[in-house]
Write a protein that binds this ligand. Structure first.
Ligand code: EPZ
Length: 434
């Protein structure tokens, strides 16, 4: 089991580079399945979720060549459906994007229900609604998803009942290869949706309106290969901005799109943090006290839900009482119990957390409950007095490339420790038989 050991209380100084956007990568890699030719993907984050998706494509007959760190060639000229992908598809949330791309490529799809972070119910009814509108029959049973476009994918006018990143992406992918025109209303507007649309259009698709609340797709016969460079990860950037806000110091963060960070920057400025924007970089500086604020997470361009654990953690250090309201997920406060082990005073009621600030957190052994909660534990450890041990960092490494290296380059005292898993030791003990 891997863990991070952090000695907190040190301010952060220096420069770091942001990697490619995880949530763009986990949509673009499944979409590559529809491309009949070689795709070169650049600025791909080196994280376990992208590794798993590349393995899945390989198991379906794709040729994957690692050209250099962050650059991969994927050739899906000769791909096929295979049940061998199931052990991997049930581990990650984004595997359900394969439904859209399998339908686009083969006219049918066979995969498992997705995995992913556990913060409440994560239904896929809007994905199913969109696929059915495109002429697809969908059967979900025993944890498997079987879908088929009996008479081929055909364009439709779809109104999503809920703003959903996943449903927007999945339906947009399938619509690329549908006959005729598709209009999808009430869609999500996240930067990674725009990035996916730009990727698909660069391979010959015809998508308009990504980034607004209506996406229009004119179906095409096929997609050709090409080269595409992913956008930087605004949540990774936001996480390091929160770390500087909490620990103090002055850091320049390179390879960002400041517009994607506007809501995070605005909230940090409200808290008394200095944020300066440059073309593809920002600087974050905090020397004085942190002010309390209220935060409500919303779909983009609102304050991102994937920054909720990180900002809640930093607000423990702010002067006064802050209120955080989770506007997207039903139950995204499991990590608060871990923060309480470090001395945080937080009351959670439903989707609202009330944070009593002005505290100095103290180091403690804590666990990463999920990807962003794990990142928040690292932020807490950087701010705390004493030593924090974050367990189950496998969750963090799903979505953050080289977090330990990047933080150490800023002067943080953090190391990654691999220890044998005691459960495996116990299981491997010889048994007295008979
Ligand atoms: C994506 O999840 C992200 N994951 C999540 O980030 C992120 O928190 C979320 O979007 C919101 O921005 C990936 O991109 C891989 P949704 P997704 O569909 O697509 C409800 C991270 O930290 N809903 O936008 O699963 C749903 O229950 C991860 O990187 C339905 O009701 O989120 C939720 O309340 C964690 N029916 C809301 O919509 C559906 O069919 C938003 O979910 C689909 C969703």
């Amino acid at each position: 089991m891997d863990k991070y050991v952090i000695n907190g209380g040190r301010k952060l100084y220096g420069t770091l580079e942001i990697s490619g956007a995880k949530n763009a990568a986990v949509a673009i890699i499944p979409a590559v399945l529809m491309v009949n030719g070689r795709c070169r993907l650049e600025n791909l984050p080196q994280i376990s979720d992208t590794d798993k998706l590349l393995q899945i494509l390989t198991l379906m007959g794709a040729k994957v060549d690692f050209i250099s760190p962050g650059t991969v060639d994927v050739d899906c000229s000769d791909v096929y459906l295979s049940d061998k992908i199931f052990p991997l598809t049930r581990q990650i949330r984004a595997s359900y994007y394969l439904i859209g791309s399998m339908l686009g490529r083969f006219g049918k799809a066979r995969t498992t229900m997705p995995g992913g972070c556990n913060f409440g119910v994560r239904p896929i009814d809007q994905h199913v609604k969109g696929m059915k509108a495109l002429g697809v029959s969908v059967n979900i049973a025993r944890g498997l998803i079987d879908a088929e476009a009996g008479n081929g994918l055909r364009g439709a006018h779809i109104y999503l009942d809920k703003v959903s990143v996943g449903a927007t992406i999945n339906v947009m992918i399938a619509a690329v290869m549908a006959k005729g025109r598709t209009v999808i209303e009430n869609v999500a507007r996240e930067p990674h949706i725009v990035d996916l649309a730009n990727f698909l259009n660069s391979m010959g698709a015809d998508i308009r309106g990504a980034g607004t609340d209506v996406i229009k797709v004119r179906g095409v016969e096929s997609l050709h290969g090409g080269t595409y460079s992913l956008i930087p990860d605004q949540i990774e950037a936001g996480t390091y901005m929160a770390a500087v806000a909490g620990a103090g110091g002055s850091v320049r963060i390179n390879n960002v799109i400041p517009r994607h960070l506007e809501c995070i920057s605005a909230k940090l400025r409200e808290m008394g943090v200095e944020v300066e924007e440059y073309g593809d970089a920002i600087t974050v500086r905090r020397e004085g006290p942190l002010e309390r604020v209220n935060v409500k997470t919303q779909p983009y361009p609102g304050f991102p839900t994937d920054m909720q654990p990180q900002i809640t953690t930093v607000l423990c250090m702010a002067q006064g009482t802050s209120i955080v309201t989770e506007g997207v997920w039903d139950n995204r406060y499991k990590y608060v119990n871990e923060l309480r082990k470090m001395g945080a005073e937080i009351q959670v009621s439903g989707k609202t957390a009330i944070i009593e600030g002005g505290r100095r957190l103290t180091g403690a052994p804590v666990a990463a409950c999920d990807l962003r909660a794990g990142a928040a534990m690292v932020v807490a450890g950087l701010c705390a007095e004493g030593t924090t041990v974050v367990e189950d960092v496998v969750f963090i490494e799903r979505g953050y490339e080289d977090m330990v290296g990047k933080l150490r380059s800023l002067g943080a005292d953090i190391i990654a420790v691999s220890e044998p898993d005691p459960r495996m030791e116990f299981a491997s003990r010889p048994r007295l038989i008979g």
